[in-house]
Ligand binder design. Structure first.
Ligand SMILES: Nc1ncnc2c1ncn2[C@@H]1O[C@H](COP(=O)(O)OP(=O)(O)OP(=O)(O)O)[C@@H](O)[C@H]1O
Ligand SMILES: [Mg+2]
Length: 232
């Protein structure tokens, strides 16, 4: 099946997957859009690490990251991996590029999606992941995004992922309480602030493949988050 989203084309190995996960038997295929109303909140880092998790998830099909960002951050990341002789376990393509059949598709968005583009991405995705920094939390801005999603009938499709959560203050816990208090759906796992993510990005690697302090914490967080994505 092929769905056309303006310049973005999505190929599926089968009908749109649910998020039943491995536990339901067979494929754990998911289609996820990673977007946010703010820049620099870990959208690309999250897209790449979720793809790394899903590529090992067990369905056997291909995992594809579609880089919707004109800055081509995900494509550059994959190019660094190739150049270093350690290709990633998934494919990264630009918008509109043919990538054949895929089991898991992740759209890395350049920033907040609006209008038809938001509608198209929300419609095709099982889940919209919204990385959010506790230090730059704005419930009002998030509420605006949720209103946009509601307008395209998918207010139920999003979940906030707290990212770059520092260990030396309570911002992470406060953000969780604040968002939970107004009914914002949150992933149980947050992603901790770890400089290992910069190292991984510089090398075109996943954090699990760099041997620096904090790398294992980073990968543990993304594995736990990935399990939540798959299990719903
Ligand atoms: N958990 C983390 N801990 C520490 N640094 C992180 C973490 N996640 C991401 N970073 C770093 O933060 C910066 C921004 O991350 P990233 O590029 O993934 O954000 P983005 O939302 O995709 O940005 P943009 O809006 O420019 O597309 C990068 O330098 C990245 O290495
Ligand atoms: Mg990005």
């Amino acid at each position: 099946m092929i769905t056309r989203l303006g310049k973005v084309r999505v190929f599926f190995a089968g009908p749109r997957a649910g998020t039943g996960g491995e536990a339901s038997g067979g494929s754990c295929g998911v289609i996820v859009t990673v977007t946010s109303n703010k820049g620099g909140v870990s959208k690309t880092t999250t897209s790449m690490h979720l793809a790394g998790y899903l590529a090992d998830c067990g369905g056997g099909g291909r995992t594809v990251v579609v880089d919707l960002d004109p800055n081509a951050s995900a494509l550059d990341w994959a190019a660094r991996a190739e150049k270093g002789g350690r290709p990633l376990p998934f494919v990264v393509v630009g918008p509109g590029e043919d990538y054949g059949e895929a089991e898991h598709v992740i759209f890395d968005s350049p920033g907040r999606l609006y209008g038809e583009e938001l509608e198209a991405m929300a419609e095709v995705s099982d889940l919209v992941v919204v990385p959010t920094l506790p230090a730059r939390l704005s419930v009002d801005v998030l509420a605006g995004f949720v209103t946009d999603l509601a307008e395209v009938g998918r207010a139920d499709a999003y979940k906030v992922l707290l990212t770059m959560v520092p260990r030396w203050n309570l911002r992470g816990r406060q953000a969780r309480e604040e968002l939970g208090g107004v009914g914002v759906p949150l992933f149980r796992r947050s992603i901790r602030l770890r400089p290992a993510f910069d190292t991984a990005a510089d090398r075109g690697a996943l954090v699990r493949d760099v041997r620096v302090r904090g790398a294992q914490d980073g990968w543990d967080d993304y594995m736990a988050f990935g399990r939540e994505v798959v299990e719903g």
